[in-house]
Design a binder for this molecule. Structure first.
Ligand SMILES: Cc1cc2nc3c(=O)[nH]c(=O)nc-3n(C[C@H](O)[C@H](O)[C@H](O)COP(=O)(O)O)c2cc1C
Length: 217
């Protein structure tokens, strides 16, 4: 299928078939696609929790009570749930780890490149130090780039998914001790195969027109 056809066909599944599980191979592929997502200065400020365990899914739904109850059944019925988190501290230790990994992977051919990369990144971090909330928003944006890549790839593999921002961040963070782990959950993603009862499967796409979105200048 062309990438355009995949984009046209993908949609947010709202009702999952509880009898179907995603294979371990496909889960490994999805993890790798997430891993390969681009991020600004290759910062990769993310961590992802993943589960197919019913008890863990039930614990996740503690964060989808009340107003968010419309998301509960998707979480319980999906094959796998990912919790896409942003790291709360993009600090020197993170930058050092990143540079060490790039060196190990052969991205840094000489000391000049090493120093240039270090200066660029350290300077960026220093320039943001007075605005930690801007740094966090920037880091979160990188996670959403990975979400987009993940959703398109999922559809290309014939797997259904729905991103779920409709949950209580504080309750989820508390339930899984995420703050202690230095993480903030941004969005969940439920993966699986849609059920015949999925009303959303056959609805037409609705998007603003290209002329509305793009201006040639
Ligand atoms: C970041 C994000 C969060 C979303 N959160 C929810 C959600 O909490 N519950 C839900 O049913 N759908 C959720 N959606 C699905 C959107 O409603 C859906 O993507 C949009 O209506 C476009 O429809 P489509 O994905 O079927 O093309 C979310 C989508 C995105 C990208």
């Amino acid at each position: 299928m062309s990438i355009l056809e995949t984009a046209k066909q993908r949609y947010s599944a709202k009702v999952f078939d509880t009898t179907r599980k995603i294979s371990d191979d496909d889960i490994h592929t999805l993890k790798t696609i997430f891993q390969l997502s681009p991020s600004s200065i290759n910062i990769q400020p993310w961590h992802v929790l993943i589960t197919d365990n019913q008890e863990t899914k039930a614990k996740i739904t503690q964060a989808t009570q009340g107003y968010y109850a419309f998301n509960e059944q998707k979480i319980l019925d999906a094959s796998h749930i990912m919790v896409l988190c942003v790291k709360n501290e993009i600090n020197q230790a993170h930058l050092d780890k990143l540079l060490a990994k790039e060196q190990a992977d052969g991205r840094i051919p000489n000391d000049d490149i090493l120093n240039m990369t270090k200066t660029l990144r350290d300077g960026f971090l220093a320039s943001q130090s007075e605005h930690p909330e801007k740094l966090q928003a920037w880091a979160a944006n990188q996670v959403y780039i990975a979400l987009g890549q993940l959703l398109l790839a999922t559809a290309d593999m014939g797997i259904d998914a729905v991103p779920i921002e409709g949950f209580d961040v504080n309750i989820l963070a508390e339930t899984f001790n995420l703050t202690e782990k230095g993480l903030t959950p941004l969005t969940l993603v439920a993966f699986g195969y849609h059920s015949d009862a999925d009303f959303n499967a056959n609805l037409p796409k609705s998007r603003f027109e290209l002329d509305d979105i793009f201006t040639t200048f």
